[in-house]
Design a protein around this ligand. Structure first.
Ligand code: ADP
Ligand code: ZN
Length: 727
């Protein structure tokens, strides 16, 4: 019996005679544990690869076993999903029960809800109703769908519960009974197929053939932004639906995918089932069951959708496969991109990885022949790729406290004068990343993290972006007591907005950052306003880099192209190029040609040169050449051990003892202990050890043996991260 708890292995239970015939592997049951009841799954362990096989659990005498209490009224968990859970647990070295918990979540949170009430708009609005943008957004959400539950309405409108209560009190909303959530209509593969260009047709034909075969294959679908990758993989989805099997599409930021959903609906006539952390409990149950009985034909989801109980999974797509959001960093640390490949292998299904800027891991898998490769060389419909130009900030730095160069201001000015849209990109929320006392040099730092406090001027706070600690902006320096001496250093998105509004007083400016636009509905509305040309200048953080289609946007200015390159992370170059290429891809997606301007203090950096030339491939080859001799991923394997404790001595002591017990063998190296990249995080002191092995050597058995040798002090935690995304 596997329980969704951090035990190292499944537990044994007796089958009571009444249930003896109804407890096949996969059955979901309720069992006693201590004084409580737990939901668990009847488990059968099948052999894993030898490297991944955990040690056998201790035997318990039959007479001491407790009995299963009841069978839960739910379809049994399919064999394929059970194997996948075993695999993920063995690979990440997480307790299998914690992986099961991700798959069982709908059954762990409360019981089936009965009919509930929600809100609908009153047939006529009360006279004299005061309208605010928030209220308007609530009424607009109800125009799209009504009735909606309070929580769903708040989410779609991007408002708090108080706004809804206010409208209800004013008589503008009426309580309404919610019916069952509509079951998932079947997508129609013949609804609205596209006419494909030559290269698109070649790629689509190949993917359709792979999808028909129903055996494992992995394929990289590579193509510049706007080349039609989405269009093409949807053809594979169509083939999968036509074959009567289910398809899973993983998107890096599902909550920001309104445009994607519309596209899906245009192609297949219905919206797909969606799966992510923000869907409500009812929808979650319904979707889980519909995936289990096969009535949900296509699921679009975040990484956790990998743990849905597909009845007949025939295809997996990982869109923007290079995105680091596919890596879950809390709890079970797994990379959904890699686990999607495992899931596909277990399901005998093809997996398609799509990207304009594939990760070095995936490129290496192509190189070595493990993955197939399909390329869309140019943008669809003859749209040109944007031209990219560097602005050398050393030549003409802006005045102090200013961050836009004359060249960039010029270019944006003429873009706006032509009636086109422009965008300023800076991947940093808030007003300024550092607040400093001019009198004594004191920096405002988070008390719980190795991190500066970021000023958010609109909200009048200093905030830690790692732990969310907040404090008001002090009037006097907490160190020396000087008055009004605290100064904002460097730009954040709020500060750039301020400068942009001063520089272009007639432009209609829209700020898009995760903490300013609110929920997915508000983001969708912002995107809509951009498409309707209600906006001239967009100022945004990385949420503007997502796959948006902004047809009138022609000029993109990157305020600080060097931003991601600081620090010691070996992957910084790869990540910066992926992000900036994605940002650049927003420009010139329709008729008018696009241009991208990169402000840089290091214009000769290979990342900048690659962005200007568009020669992403040569850059990645150079990256590969640099990582190869040291056996850094993907040429070797890597695992990180993060040793943390609130007690600094205890953390350091355990880290040192781990260091002394480090495995020694040819092809194996241990680096550290050294202070972790965030030496203090949420009040915990952190040290890191890195285990690096040759590709042929699996890290899991080494880690298991290593940890068994060292006693972890009380209050110390060792978190394992197999295949860390930063190193
Ligand atoms: P990518 O995923 O590579 O960025 P998309 O699939 O989003 O590219 O395509 C870019 C734009 O071109 C979209 O608006 C898409 O609808 C359009 N497009 C691509 N291929 C075709 C086609 N064959 N017929 C019609 N429109 C297409
Ligand atoms: Zn903090």
């Amino acid at each position: 019996m596997l329980l969704p708890l951090p035990f190292p292995c499944p537990l044994d239970y007796a089958a009571p005679p009444a249930l003896a015939d109804s407890l096949p592997p996969g059955a979901i049951v309720s069992v006693p544990l201590g004084g409580r009841r737990e939901t668990g799954v009847v488990w059968d362990q099948t052999p894993l690869p030898p490297d991944l096989t955990p040690p056998p659990p201790p035997e318990i005498a039959d007479s001491r076993l407790r009995a299963v209490s009841t069978l839960v009224d739910a379809p049994p968990m399919p064999e394929m999903l059970r194997r996948f859970i075993d695999w993920v647990a063995a690979y990440t070295l997480a307790p299998p029960g914690m992986v099961l918990a991700m798959a069982l979540r709908p059954h762990l949170l409360g019981t089936q809800a009965g009919p509930r009430s929600g809100w609908a708009a009153a047939p006529t609005l009360p006279e004299g109703l005061r309208m605010t943008p928030a209220r308007r957004s609530v009424l607009a959400a109800l125009e799209e769908e009504s009735p909606l539950s309070g929580a769903e309405l708040a989410r779609r409108a991007g408002v708090g519960a108080a706004v809804i209560r206010g409208l209800a009190d004013a008589g503008a909303l009426l309580a309404a009974l919610l019916g069952p959530i509509a079951p998932f209509a079947a997508p129609n593969p013949d609804h609205n197929p596209p006419v494909l260009s030559g290269a698109q047709d070649v790629a689509a034909t190949a993917l359709r053939a792979l999808t028909r075969e129903h055996r494992f294959s992995a394929t990289l679908l590579e193509g510049v932004t706007g080349s039609g990758k989405t269009e093409i993989y949807l053809e594979a989805v169509a083939e999968c639906i036509a074959a009567g099997r289910q398809a899973l599409v993983l998107l890096p930021e599902i909550a920001l995918s309104a445009q994607w959903m519309e596209r899906f609906a245009r192609r297949f006539g219905v919206t797909p089932a969606t799966w992510h952390s923000e869907i409500g409990q009812r929808a979650r149950r319904l979707t889980w069951n519909a995936v289990g009985d096969g009535s949900a034909g296509v699921v679009v989801g975040a990484r956790s959708a990998l743990f849905l109980p597909f009845r007949d999974l025939g295809l997996i797509i990982v869109d923007e496969e290079h995105e680091t959001t596919f890596k879950q960093e809390e709890g079970v640390t797994y990379n959904a991109r890699d686990m999607a490949v495992v899931r596909a292998r277990l399901a005998n299904a093809p997996v398609i990885l799509a990207s304009a800027t594939p990760s070095l891991e995936t490129l290496n898998n192509v190189e070595t022949g493990r993955y197939g490769h399909l390329v869309l060389p140019s943008r669809h419909g003859g749209a040109a790729m944007p031209t990219t130009r560097l602005i050398d900030m050393r030549m003409a730095p802006p005045p102090r406290g200013r961050f836009l160069s004359p060249a960039l201001i010029d270019e944006i000015g003429s873009t706006l004068a032509r009636g086109e849209q422009a965008m300023l990109f800076l991947n940093r929320r808030g007003y300024a990343p550092l607040t400093l006392c001019r009198a004594c040099g004191q920096r405002m730092e988070c008390p719980h993290c190795t991190s500066w406090l970021v000023e958010h001027r609109k909200r009048k706070i200093l905030c830690c972006h790692h732990c969310d600690y907040r404090q008001p902006i002090p009037e006097t320096c907490p160190q020396c007591g000087a008055e009004h001496s605290l100064t904002a250093i460097g730009p954040g998105i709020e500060r750039i907005t301020e400068e942009a509004e001063e520089t272009f007083p007639n432009a209609r400016v829209l700020v898009m950052a995760s903490d300013t636009v609110g929920g997915p509905a508000a983001i969708a509305e912002a995107v809509e306003r951009i498409a309707q040309r209600d906006i001239d200048l967009i100022v945004g953080t990385q949420i503007v880099a997502k796959g948006w289609h902004f047809p009138h946007l022609t000029t993109v200015g990157v305020v600080d192209a060097d931003l991601g390159l600081g620090g010691a992370d070996l992957r910084a170059g790869e990540r910066t190029i992926q992000l900036l290429h994605q940002v650049a891809g927003r420009a010139g997606r329709a008729e008018a040609p696009g241009r991208v301007l990169l402000q840089s203090y290091a214009p000769e950096h290979p990342v900048m040169e690659a962005l200007v030339s568009g020669d992403f491939r040569t850059f990645m080859e150079e990256e590969a050449r640099q990582r190869q001799p040291g056996f850094w991923p993907p040429f070797g394997r890597l695992a990180a051990l993060i040793v943390s404790s609130e007690n600094p001595e205890a953390a350091l002591d355990t880290a040192r003892r781990l260091g002394r017990a480090a495995p020694e063998a040819p092809g194996i190296e241990v680096l550290g202990p050294a202070p972790a990249p965030l030496g203090l995080l949420r009040g915990r002191h952190r040290h890191r050890l890195l285990l690096r092995t040759r590709r042929a050597i699996a890290v899991q058995p080494i880690l298991r043996q290593w940890l068994a040798k060292v006693k972890i002090s009380a209050g110390v935690r060792v978190d394992l991260d197999v295949d860390p995304v930063s190193f």
